[in-house]
Write a protein of this length. Sequence first.
Length: 209
Amino acid sequence: MSAVSPPQPTLWRTCRVLANVARLEIIKFLSRRSGQTVSAVAEHSGLSMPATSQYLRALESRGLLQVKRQGRRVSYRLAEPDSSGAAGELVTALALAFREKSATTDEIFRQFTAFTHARRVAIYRAIHEGAETAELISRATRIPLLSMTRHLAKLSSRRFIAVSEGNYRIVERTDALGRTLGNLVSGDTKARESTLCKVCFCHSALLQS
């Protein structure tokens, strides 16, 4: 397996695309039945063809899906972890969560809403790099304290950070998707490699079971 790619500077945009229940349901469907056409996805999801096509294009634009064209037939499948960089890592962990049924679609949706804003990505990275108090985080990110309060609250409610006596810390996630998302946001290369190996192993085992 190739080394992981650098963290995407627009990871928050990918999270924004994934913070949508309909798009998550499409990924769930493709994790179970790869290589589906727009019409097949639309029929399964109950969405209109234009809406389905739009959702698929949005997922493809973030590198989460791969497209195969054979004549007039266009089919979609999930990105591979070793060929699509961070997006491949993320969608593989997401597919594993769906196949293991370790979280509901709504719970997964809430995880992605933690990082749908560039400021929350910056805040998480600052805490990961050692900024513990609100003042230090504000100084590291150049985000005003007043604006930062709501972002800290969202990260805390999504269980990515915790606070005790005014000191913030990263929550060590035990779920594969939470670990993968946290590693991608923080840019922790060693942690990404370790988590990716575990996720790929578990995903392969599930596919063969």
